[in-house]
Design a protein around this ligand. Structure first.
Ligand SMILES: *[C@@H]1O[C@H](CO)[C@@H](O)[C@H](O)[C@H]1NC(C)=O
Ligand SMILES: *[C@@H]1O[C@H](CO)[C@@H](O)[C@H](O)[C@H]1NC(C)=O
Ligand SMILES: *[C@@H]1O[C@H](CO)[C@@H](O)[C@H](O)[C@H]1NC(C)=O
Ligand SMILES: *[C@@H]1O[C@H](CO)[C@@H](O)[C@H](O)[C@H]1NC(C)=O
Ligand SMILES: *[C@@H]1O[C@H](CO)[C@@H](O)[C@H](O)[C@H]1NC(C)=O
Length: 362
């Protein structure tokens, strides 16, 4: 290499480095801290059908670059995990008190809190954005994420059962849609900052954050969202006034697909598989991961569903369980026809309950 070429490489490197700094954009991040359009994380349950019990902190991970489940080399309680890397931006924003950035974290089960508000959404998530872009995370982990002053951690109560999280990076304009959806959600927000520069675009989020009176919400609203890299997502939001099983009464019929549904069915009255309407919903019974780890749905707290037949390709991740009393709760699902996400989730299903099975076997 000539001296000129070396110099050239040096300048190029410098350029690349400064561009990397300039584009420290708010985004979902992978375990290397790199920006990704979306990621999915499946925290494995502590109790599985395999011989060696895990810690309840291991997880499978996939994103817009890797395309298939991989067992992470990190544990979900580590700051190097995808959730740790992504939420780091939220904790740093809190530290820096930057008034050009908006954020909110919500959960029906708030850390260190004994009270429970049944009127708020049965929904858990986090948002962070500036006027350029940001991310929205939807997950199933109670008491998570920790308060902003506490920094990143994973609650011990989230260990025993399986949990799912999805993070999607969106350009700023999509957050006005998300703001609408959150009005129907009526989430229980516990830490937030929606500076006044966002008032015009995020009026509902600002009211939710301030705890002020909300305008009336649509009973249900479907919204088409596009990720920063152009992946299409359909978002279903229902308020507590749409009193029905969201899986059967809305999602399956709207997507025109039979669904296999994984959800928490311990508390209250679990709903059996349902073949009453044109499109059916079947409860998943047994999950098998690509790592040959199998577990029963009774060990899983995650909430997701997939099309039964491969041609339909729908995958939805969300908030609500197939339990009778959840009809009265607000919440929703985010759905996609991304083929990699579909394959990843559909292949997990080993056994589901037909409509003729006795509903009492669990
Ligand atoms: C994560 O959990 C493991 C197992 O309980 C523990 O040994 C480790 O110290 C934890 N790491 C962090 C960063 O909390
Ligand atoms: C505050 O956030 C904005 C938007 O992300 C960014 O452009 C700016 O550099 C941040 N300011 C500081 C002091 O970090
Ligand atoms: C986060 O939420 C908790 C519970 O509402 C509250 O005690 C705490 O002060 C909040 N922290 C911030 C930074 O708003
Ligand atoms: C199936 O779900 C629909 C919509 O919630 C409900 O009207 C119907 O009664 C359910 N069928 C059975 C057999 O539970
Ligand atoms: C899982 O089990 C199948 C069949 O027993 C075997 O062919 C495959 O190699 C196993 N995969 C892993 C990752 O252990």
């Amino acid at each position: 290499m000539t001296a000129g070429a070396v110099w050239c490489h040096f300048v190029l490197l410098l350029l690349l480095c400064t561009t990397a700094l300039w584009t420290a954009e708010i985004s979902c991040r992978n375990e290397g801290g790199e920006t990704v359009d979306w990621f999915l994380l499946y925290k494995l349950p502590k109790h599985t059908e395999s011989e060696n019990a895990g810690l309840g902190l291991e997880y499978m991970y996939m994103d817009s670059l890797t395309h298939a489940w991989q067992l992470s080399k990190y544990l979900v309680n580590m700051t190097q995990s995808a959730l740790g890397q992504t939420l780091k931006q939220l904790y740093e924003t809190y530290e820096s008190k930057n008034n050009s950035i908006a954020y909110a974290i919500y959960n029906d089960e708030i850390p260190h809190s004994k009270s429970y508000n049944w009127k708020k959404g049965h929904t858990k998530g986090f948002l962070l954005l500036d006027k350029s872009q940001g991310f929205w995370g939807i997950h199933s982990v109670p008491l998570f994420p920790p308060f902003l002053e506490d920094g990143y951690a994973y609650p011990p109560t989230g260990k025993p059962y399986g949990q799912v999280a999805i993070c999607i990076t969106f350009k700023y304009d999509q957050f006005t849609e998300i703001d609408q959806q959150l009005l129907s959600y009526n989430p229980s927000i516990y830490n937030c900052s929606i500076p006044n520069i966002f008032q015009a675009d995020l009026p509902n989020l600002q009211k939710l954050c301030a705890g002020s009176k909300l305008p009336s919400a649509p009973q249900r609203h479907l919204s088409k969202l596009q990720s920063a890299r152009g992946e299409t997502f359909l978002h279903f939001a229902k308020s507590h006034l749409f009193v029905d099983d969201i899986y059967v009464a809305w999602v399956a019929q709207e997507l025109k697909t039979d669904l296999l549904a994984e959800s928490w069915q311990h508390s209250g009255h679990r709903l059996p598989s349902n073949c009453s309407l044109q499109y059916h919903v079947y409860n998943i019974h047994l999950i098998g991961t690509p790592l040959n780890l199998t577990f029963y749905s009774s060990n899983d707290h995650s909430k997701w569903c997939v099309s039964r037949i491969y041609e339909d390709q729908w995958t939805c991740i969300g908030d609500l369980n197939r339990a009778a009393e959840q009809a009265w709760r607000s919440g929703g699902f985010i759905c996609t026809q991304n083929q990699y996400i579909y394959k990843a989730f559909r292949h997990l299903v080993i056994h589901y309950e037909s409509c003729n099975d006795s509903p009492t076997w669990i």
